[in-house]
Design a protein around this ligand. Structure first.
Ligand code: ASP
Length: 268
């Protein structure tokens, strides 16, 4: 039995009158490739990494190209990968490695550590021969515009929640139209050997303080996998997932309280 789920960020689309076809098409095409790979016997870990690379390359989502921007106008990218045997790798505050999820996998498999940040993470990326880019490579006009709105309002926001800080109804509708409401990306899979894996990548929150790290790169919070329970990739305000240690908490509810996935997530 194989299983696959991917996401491009979850948000309130109530005001979203925009045509979301490009987003849905991108997600469907990427998921279909992943499913095919799993059918052909690819390991879950390879599949989730590859799918997140594709999502990082797609400017529609808040990861890699098209990531949201920090207060100083620069992208700071976080990513993590984890397999069902609890091997994991994570990076935070990356600005130059083109695919942070590849760097996270490099941390997991080619270093003795679990998490790298900032300059040290970039240095590892260079050592591992991963493609490096100028930080401006990740910046899109839409994200620059979102940052300007956030700064005018003096708020820090999930990219898909930015209608929350706009007072005027018509302005809010216009903004919802400009922002189709997709964010952080992730993939979870189970391969034909029953192995689970999870991968998540994000630019974090619009107008975040430089140096802020969310839940995405924290194994056991925003990214989690354990063959005994589940593979998980979260999207939403990272601080909440960290405080809850969300992934580990869902795992605990499933393993020790006998809850199913939905009940465990609801409780956590
Ligand atoms: N969870 C991410 C963070 O807080 C944001 C998101 O899901 O869009 O960094």
């Amino acid at each position: 039995m194989i299983r696959l789920a991917i996401h491009g960020g979850a948000g309130d689309l109530a005001l979203g009158t925009t045509d979301l076809t490009p987003h849905h098409s991108a997600l469907q095409a990427i998921a279909a490739r992943g499913y095919q790979a799993l059918r052909e016997g690819a390991p879950a870990l390879d599949v989730v990494e590859q799918l997140v690379v594709e999502l990082e390359e797609c400017p529609l989502f808040n990861a890699g190209v098209g990531a949201v921007l920090s207060r100083d106008g620069m992208p700071e990218l976080d990513a993590a990968i984890m397999d069902g045997q609890r091997r994991c790798g994570a990076v935070a505050g990356v600005t130059r490695t083109r695919n942070p999820i590849r760097l996270a996998r490099g941390v997991m498999e080619r270093s003795p550590h679990v998490m790298f940040i900032g300059a040290g993470a970039e240095a590892l990326g260079r050592e591992l021969g991963l493609e490096q880019v100028d930080p401006t490579f990740f910046i899109t006009e839409e994200r620059f515009h979102q940052l300007k709105i956030a700064q005018e309002k003096g708020v820090i926001v999930l990219d898909h929640d930015d209608d929350e800080f706009i007072d005027d109804e018509s302005e809010r509708a216009a903004n919802a139209a400009a922002d189709p409401g997709f964010g952080t990306v992730g993939a979870v899979a189970m391969d034909d050997q029953g192995q689970l894996a999870a991968a998540t990548s994000t630019g974090g929150l619009t107008n975040k303080h430089p140096g802020r790290v969310g839940d995405t790169p924290i194994p056991g919070a925003g990214t989690f996998a354990d063959n005994e329970s589940l593979a998980l990739s979260c999207t939403g305000t990272g601080e909440s997932f960290i405080r809850a240690m969300f992934g580990q908490r869902v795992h605990g509810r499933m393993c020790w309280s006998g809850l199913d996935l939905q009940q465990a997530c609801d409780e956590a």
